[in-house]
Design a protein around this ligand. Structure first.
Ligand SMILES: Nc1ncnc2c1ncn2[C@@H]1O[C@H](COP(=O)(O)OP(=O)(O)OP(=O)(O)O)[C@@H](O)[C@H]1O
Length: 308
């Protein structure tokens, strides 16, 4: 793997609050890596340390395997969680200003601005002042500002918040295409369905510590067991007789049977009792959303590799 960013044993405290307790991960070129965790887990603190907005108490951040130098501003793009652009400035001027801050050639920047305004359905808005834009439009402009200078590493803190579904799709496509062209992308989001659709790997923090790190496939194999959703008039006593079921959730005529690790769904189906009333039946892996809630609420109902 071609590692662009290495975060090694990062620790950060605020007074007596240990926000990061020694976290480590890598981001590869050409991948979309998700950084996930419940509110207050330490995601923004991690990102701010990578960006050099804040300094860690200990630990190291390596860019291109080099430490101690900070990441050159021209190589990194950042969409912060706190959105904001100068209000009384024209779209073109603010974007050229941002490109200039990154030492990017302005003639090239201008060409790319027109290309991106078109792509993001903002064609003709170059002379509009930022204060006249809707929230979503201004978010698109800020996003363009974070990618205009062709950064090697792009950090996106909650890029989809506040976007309508059409704009979300445009962002998703652009992020995927940047990754396909080699950009390393670190993305924080609470929208697990989007993370599941887009990300190659994920790193989940809770209370400043790693709880999950790996490819989406690994995480799914490790955590996401199958569940069988069954609609039908079935007494609990009948459902409880079904072999190889970890636990059952009941909700009227709908029951969710959580199956243990290693189950082969079509073989499991063969053992269902003949008298079972089946009006509808689905078998799926549990979603990243459910895994997240299970971990974030400390329920630990989802069985993991080597676990119960
Ligand atoms: N400047 C600060 N001063 C004091 N405490 C802070 C500061 N910044 C963050 N914290 C604390 O550090 C912990 C991690 O916060 P952080 O903002 O990194 O979480 P997060 O995962 O980004 O959360 P969210 O999803 O809510 O944005 C929290 O307990 C927070 O209260």
């Amino acid at each position: 793997m071609n590692t662009l960013l290495t975060v090694a044993n990062l620790k950060k405290s605020f007074k007596d609050k240990e926000a990061l307790k020694g976290i480590s991960f890598e981001v590869y070129r050409g991948e979309i890596m998700a950084i996930l965790g419940p509110n207050g887990a330490g995601k923004s603190t991690t990102i701010r340390n990578i960006m050099g907005i804040m300094y860690p108490d200990s630990g190291e951040i390596h860019f291109h395997q080099q430490s101690g130098k900070g990441i050159p501003k021209s190589k990194i793009g950042y969409l912060p969680e706190e959105r904001g652009l100068y209000k009384d400035v024209k779209v073109m001027d603010i974007l050229l200003y941002l490109a200039d801050l990154k030492d990017y050639p302005l003639d090239k920047a201008k060409e790319r601005i027109f290309m991106y305004l078109k792509k993001f359905d903002l064609e003709g808005k170059e002379n509009t002042s930022v204060e006249e834009l809707s929230k979503g439009m201004s978010q698109k402009v800020q996003f363009i500002g974070s990618i205009l200078h062709e950064p090697e590493l792009l950090i996106l803190d909650e890029p989809f918040s506040g976007l309508d579904p059409v704009s979300q799709e445009v962002f998703k496509e652009e992020i995927a295409s940047l990754a396909a062209n080699g950009t390393a992308i670190l993305l924080s989001s609470h929208q697990m369905n989007l993370v599941e659709q887009m990300c190659d790997r994920l790193f989940m923090i809770q209370h400043g510590e790693k709880v999950i790190y790996g490819t989406l496939d690994d995480v799914k194999k490790q955590y996401a067991n199958f569940k069988c959703v069954l609609h039908g008039e079935n007494p609990p006593a009948l459902l409880e007789k079904i072999p190889e079921v970890d636990r059952i959730e009941y909700s009227g005529n709908r029951s969710i049977l959580h199956l243990p690790k290693g189950i082969i769904p079509h073989q499991w189906l063969k053992q269902l009792p003949n008298e079972l009333d089946v009006q509808e039946l689905h078998i799926n892996r549990i979603s990243l959303h459910e895994i997240f809630i299970d971990i974030a609420t400390d329920k630990h109902l989802v069985s993991q590799e080597g676990g119960s």
